[in-house]
Design a protein around this ligand. Structure first.
Ligand code: TXA
Ligand code: MG
Length: 349
């Protein structure tokens, strides 16, 4: 960690604990939690622009943010969270204007955004034609979740970064969402570049997630904004049925999940004539077209390339796609999960 951050935290600790500099420095100096001052927010934005991970408060829960337009920064999110699957992420924007650049807004979406943004409602919409957001952020889906948070620190950070921020809740996969900077520190610690401390999250539960299609609006995850409030604005009932407060949609199983047109052969040891190759490490010879997930055998780089390369090979004009084995280390588990779903999806066509 750069010295300037250590100095900055030290100064903050001394300001908030007068006299502590005369004692042994408290242990918290080793943590990367900083008070969300304007200066710390500028530093955090700088980290984000350079591919870093920053945890920040929103009105719902703390998020683990990365530049949503960067495949490699988004891959780091999955790595740090230890997610066994590429669950799609919510992209955070500062207002409706920037949201229109990444997703297509129809009438229902506009009404919901006008009524509830900034606030605890995430809208799942079709990606805009020139959407600059990483395909990995939406786990290869044609849709993307967007939200404009109602928290001054979150909004200042997005503005200062100048890019939409992809952010899941800042907890290790399988644990509950954090509502204080201390929770984030305890869970993720130094795996995050910086944790902005903006106090306790006022709402304390995650945003409500709704999916909007021409058919209607589906409640995908209950959260900070109530079903009835949403139905009042829409003037129609939400589709779908949530059986209990914890049910969430499992996007990995959704039919709309991207499956390549080409048949996929996984864990290949050799390439058949006319096949496109999705390589990992040293490429096998003999492919009509080869794209390499990571020549260095780096699973984070491979994750960053996965969805874009599958799409590109799909357009290559080859008859089938052969995929070299990807080891289970690091993001390998999530990559293999996604590849086997893609293969099953292609086979069921
Ligand atoms: O309050 C919140 O929403 C917090 C703060 C940080 O904004 N974020 C959060 O993110 O809870 P996460 O990743 O823990 O949960 C996102 C939820 C997941 O259930 C995911 O499956 C769903 O949103 N989701 C995201 N994109 C989706 C998509 N394209 N289609 C369907 N579901 C999607
Ligand atoms: Mg979560």
């Amino acid at each position: 960690m750069p010295d300037k951050f250590i100095r900055q935290r030290r100064n903050w600790l001394i300001e908030s604990n007068p006299g502590c500099d005369k004692l042994d420095m408290p242990k918290t100096v080793d943590s990367n939690i900083v008070k969300a001052s304007p200066r710390a927010i500028r530093e955090a934005a700088d980290r984000l622009r350079h591919g870093g991970l920053v945890s920040f408060p929103t009105e719902t829960v703390y998020g683990l943010g990365a530049d949503a337009t960067s495949d490699s920064a988004v891959a780091r999110i999955f790595e740090v969270k230890g997610r066994p699957r590429f669950n799609p992420l919510i992209v955070h924007v500062s207002s409706i204007g920037p949201a229109r650049g990444v997703v297509s807004f129809g009438d229902r979406a506009s009404r919901l955004a006008e009524a509830f943004w900034p606030g605890a409602l995430s809208l799942v919409l079709s990606r805009a034609p020139e959407c600059p957001i990483s395909l990995l952020a939406s786990a290869g889906l044609e849709t993307l979740a967007v939200r404009c948070p109602d928290h001054p620190v979150a909004r200042a950070l997005i503005e200062a970064a100048g890019v939409p921020i992809a952010a899941p809740s800042a907890n290790v996969s399988g644990k509950v969402s954090p509502t204080t900077a201390g929770h984030v520190g305890a869970d993720l610690g130094s795996k995050v570049d910086l944790i902005l401390d903006g106090g306790r999250c006022p709402v304390g539960i995650e945003s409500t997630v709704v999916g909007i299609t021409p058919r209607g609006v589906t409640l995908l995850r209950p959260g900070g904004i109530g079903r009835i409030e949403i139905e009042e604005v829409l003037g129609e009932a939400l589709l779908g049925r949530i059986t209990d407060g914890t049910a969430i949609d499992a996007p990995g199983q959704m039919e709309s999940h991207y499956a390549p047109r080409l048949a996929l052969r996984l864990n290949v040891a050799e390439v058949a004539p006319g096949e496109a190759l999705l390589a990992f490490g040293k490429p096998l010879p003999g492919a009509a077209v080869t794209l390499n997930l990571s020549a260095d055998g780096d699973t984070r780089e491979a994750a960053a390339n996965l969805f874009a390369m599958m799409r590109e090979l799909d357009r290559s004009g080859c008859g089938a796609m052969a995929v070299m084995p990807v080891p289970m280390r690091g993001l390998g588990l999530a990559i293999n999960d996604r590849l086997s779903r893609a293969a099953a999806g292609a086979a069921s066509r």
